[in-house]
Design a protein around this ligand. Structure first.
Ligand SMILES: *Cc1c(COP(=O)(O)O)cnc(C)c1O
Length: 401
């Protein structure tokens, strides 16, 4: 029997805790300039549209052509009859881009991370994971039988302690896993030091580079390239849903043996449909554009730099860094309320940003996460800062009266 009241109680509890997520509905395509049902025309500062490719005409055209040439759906998993020429071409292009031997596509990076740990590790092994790693890594790790160790965020002395503990526990294979960029802070994992430590202990290294592929490092090849450790990272997972066109799909790139084994064993690959032809073709075009997107990457850097400068000048409290994810902090007990009210007041001014509070970030560390894009102009960035200042002043006045 369906018991509506018990579900309603759960929903009410979420609302009472102030954690209920309301989805704002866009009435346009995804872009730096959008419109929403409630806010009208807005500047968008909360998409992962780092290179501004989400509505790029060349990508749209490539997807159109694929629709005509390759059809709409695959109606199959890859190993039955769901592999077309473009799937293999995209996999090879992705592998080349991130500096690995081969790659395997998944429906999402969530699924890539959900399936890969069971392939890489068994009960004799250990996984050593950064405490701030993305939920999909945490869930993927739960699905494998390896012993689990967790180290404090980017803390190399704790990583050493945990590697030692894994080794003392008799682990056969060890895998250190980290986000390349931590999505709530915009900070980088120190991959050079991580690789040094892993090497010392004979461990493998895996990087989830979702917030980097396409725009971090030389030619946007990611954090391993930025830190000069491309040939020392063993496994990379990443998404097609952010900088690379932002549609959907994810991948794991690694040595041939890992990719081959993943095609045999990764359950999220074996039992889930092939990526649709339009998405494959659009993503392939996005990858091609990303390779040559020096101008867009430079704009992105300049936008992030200007935003940081102006916000600090205006007295806002930013987490330090250089990534286009910029965390504007509202610390303390009333920070969550303040951040939410300011984000709402900004949308009224036509600037769309999102406030994050516990449990997405630690208690007392509420923030508005701003994401710059190459699609923004310098004037867009200035308008965003201006909206921050006005919204802060308005909310402060409201709270004082
Ligand atoms: C966004 C993200 C994912 C999920 O990617 P999808 O392709 O949307 O499933 C996984 N890992 C990290 C670090 C991410 O930022």
């Amino acid at each position: 029997m369906f018991d509506a009241t018990s579900y309603e109680a759960e929903l009410q509890a979420i609302q009472d805790a102030g954690l209920y997520k309301r989805e704002r509905v866009l009435t346009t395509s995804q872009s730096a300039h959008i419109a929403t049902e409630v806010g009208g025309k807005s500047l968008n500062f909360c998409a992962n549209n780092y290179l501004g490719l989400a509505d790029d005409p060349q990508i749209v055209q490539a997807a159109h052509e694929a629709l005509d040439r390759w059809g709409f759906g695959m109606s199959s998993v890859r190993f039955i009859c769901g592999t077309q020429t473009p799937h293999r071409q995209l996999e090879q292009a992705l592998a080349d881009y991130v500096g690995q031997e081969d790659a395997i596509l998944f429906s999402s990076c969530y699924d890539a991370n959900g399936g890969i740990f069971e392939v890489l590790l068994n009960a004799d092994d250990a996984v050593i994971s950064d405490e701030l790693n993305h939920a999909s890594l945490i869930d993927g790790i739960r699905l494998c039988k390896a012993a689990r160790f967790r180290y404090k965020n980017a803390d190399m002395s704790d990583l050493r302690t945990q590697l030692q503990a894994a080794k003392d526990g008799g682990a056969k294979r060890m895998l250190v896993v980290t986000d390349g960029v931590f999505s709530m802070d915009g900070s980088f994992a120190p991959l050079d030091q991580i690789c040094d430590l892993a090497e010392e202990f004979g461990a493998m290294v895996m990087v989830d580079d979702s917030h980097a592929t396409g725009f971090v490092g030389p030619q946007g090849r990611g954090t391993p390239a930025k830190f000069g450790v491309q040939d020392r990272v063993d496994v990379i997972s990443s998404t097609l849903g952010k900088a690379l066109g932002g549609a959907s799909g994810g991948f794991v790139a690694a040595r041939k043996q890992v990719v081959d084994l993943a095609r045999q064993r990764a359950r999220t690959y074996l039992f889930s449909n092939a990526v649709a032809p339009t998405v494959v073709a659009g993503s392939a075009k996005a990858l091609e554009l990303a390779l040559g997107a020096e101008d867009a990457r430079e704009r992105l850097v300049q936008n992030a730099k200007l935003f940081r400068e102006l916000m600090e000048e205006a007295g806002f409290d930013l987490l330090p860094g250089e990534h286009p994810i910029t965390a504007v902090m509202f610390p303390g007990d009333d920070g969550a309320v303040l951040a939410t009210k300011i984000a709402d007041a900004m949308l009224e001014r036509g600037v769309y940003v999102i406030a994050f509070s516990f449990p997405v970030v630690p208690r007392g560390k509420a923030r508005i996460r701003v994401q710059l894009s190459a699609g923004h102009s310098l004037d867009d960035v200035r308008a965003c800062v201006q909206a921050f200042i006005e919204a802060r002043d308005q909310v402060r006045a409201e709270l004082e009266s």
